[in-house]
Design a protein around this ligand. Sequence first.
Ligand code: AMP
Length: 116
Amino acid sequence: MSQDTTIFSKIIAGEIPTEFVYEDDICVAFNDISPQAPTHLLIVPREPIESLDKARNKHQETLGYLLLVAAEIAREQGFAESGYRIVINTNGDGGQTVFHLHVHLLAGRPFVFPPG
Ligand code: AMP
């Protein structure tokens, strides 16, 4: 496991008070501090994985689970029909800034593709 000293570990450890929209043994979800859409949540595994590039077969279940939790939250918040955008920024060109893998759930407005 990689050493993880990111802000997300501190949030998960309760060192930075953050309201969790969802939490269980595997992951937590909270509002992005700089929302890019009316709804912008981050779904973050408790286990720190540096990036998608560092994910391995042993992370298969966790990665799938994060997507299912994102979809469940989107459903609960009423975005299943209108749609939403799931993003996993990876490394420099991918726009990743926090090196603790996380899933962005963006909703509440239309999104274009390809993204910028
Ligand atoms: P990424 O650029 O994909 O690594 O995403 C990192 C995200 O974390 C960005 O959208 C930031 O706005 C968000 N972020 C950084 N610090 C915090 C924080 N303390 N609470 C919530 N979101 C944060």
